[in-house]
Design a protein around this ligand. Structure first.
Ligand code: SF4
Length: 252
C-alpha cells in the first residue's frame, strides 16, 4: 500500500482490492523486476525487499493487538511474520497501542486469541502470535535493545463516556466488513470524509469509530448502512452495530 501511496481498503486484508496483475505492474514499476503475475515470485520479491528494510532500520514501529495488564505482555498477531521482524530486528522497538486494547489477564488474552483469528480469517490460530515481555535481556543474542510502549487515548476516553462506548469492545477482526452488503459492493476506499480523506476505519464499525474518534468529518458514513443487522450477527464480541449506527445518525 505504501508503494501505491494508498490507504488500506480493509482492516485485516489491506490490499484486498488489488489483483495479482496490479501487484505485478506495481513491482515492475517500483522495484524494477520483470512483469509477472506469478504469486510465489511476487511473494519472494516482497520478502527480499522488506528483509533488507528490516535489517537496515534503526527503529521498528508496530501496533499492538492486545496488552495484558497482569504481566505487561504485548501481543501481536500476524500471518506474514512482519510483526516479528519489525519488533525484533531493529535495535529499538516502539509499540503504539490504543488504550482499549488492554485485557486484565493472560486468561482473557487466550479468549481473545480464540475469537480474533476465527472471525478475521477463519483460522483457529494466526500463523504468528507473538508475546513480548521486555527488551533483550543480558545473555540474549537477538531482539530489540530498547522497547517503548505508547498507550494512545486520542479520543477514546471521550468515546468511552459517550453513547457509542460499546464500539471500544472491537477487536478489529473485520467480520462486520465482510458481512456488510454495502461494504461488499463499495469496498473500503468508498468510506470518505467530507474533506475527501479516506476514513481510517471502513465498514460498519468504521462508520461508528471514525465519527466517534475523529468527529464531524465522518458522521455521514453512518448512512452507508441498510441496518440489515448482518454486522451484529457476525461480530464475535456482540457489538450492536445497527444501534450504534442509528445513534451516530441521530447525532448522539
Ligand atoms: S465490530 Fe465486531 S465484527 Fe466488526 S471488526 Fe469489531 S469485533 Fe470484528
Amino acid at each position: 500500500m505504501q508503494l501505491r501511496g494508498e490507504k488500506p481498503a480493509h482492516i485485516i486484508t489491506p490490499a484486498v482490492h488489488l489483483r495479482r496483475a496490479d501487484v505485478g505492474r506495481l513491482f515492475h514499476e517500483k522495484l524494477g523486476i520483470p512483469y509477472t503475475e506469478d504469486i510465489p515470485t511476487l511473494t519472494d520479491t516482497a520478502r527480499k525487499v522488506l528483509r533488507e528494510v528490516f535489517l537496515a532500520a534503526d527503529i521498528g514501529i508496530s501496533g499492538v493487538n492486545f496488552g495484558v495488564a497482569e504481566t505487561g505482555t504485548l501481543c501481536i498477531v500476524t500471518n506474514e511474520g512482519n510483526g516479528r521482524m519489525v519488533t525484533t530486528m531493529p535495535p529499538v522497538h516502539i509499540a503504539l497501542m490504543g488504550m482499549e486494547r488492554i485485557v486484565p489477564t493472560l486468561d482473557d488474552l487466550a479468549l481473545m486469541l480464540s475469537l480474533l483469528p476465527r472471525s478475521a480469517t477463519g483460522q483457529k490460530l494466526s500463523v504468528y502470535t507473538q508475546l513480548i515481555h521486555s527488551p533483550r535481556r543480558a545473555g540474549e543474542t537477538d531482539g530489540a535493545q530498547e522497547r517503548h510502549l505508547v498507550i494512545i487515548d486520542n479520543g477514546r476516553s471521550r468515546l468511552r463516556n459517550s453513547p457509542l462506548h460499546e464500539a471500544l469492545y472491537c477487536i478489529r477482526c473485520g467480520a462486520c466488513l465482510n458481512a456488510c452488503p454495502v461494504f461488499r459492493e463499495l469496498g473500503g476506499h468508498a468510506y470518505v470524509g467530507s474533506d475527501g480523506s479516506i476514513a481510517p476505519y471502513p465498514g460498519p464499525i468504521g462508520s461508528v469509530v471514525s465519527p466517534g474518534l475523529l468527529g464531524e468529518n465522518f458522521v455521514h458514513l453512518a448512512q452507508a448502512s441498510s441496518l440489515c443487522g448482518a454486522c451484529k450477527d457476525a461480530c464475535p464480541v456482540d457489538i450492536d452495530l445497527p444501534k450504534l449506527l442509528t445513534r451516530v445518525r441521530a447525532g448522539k
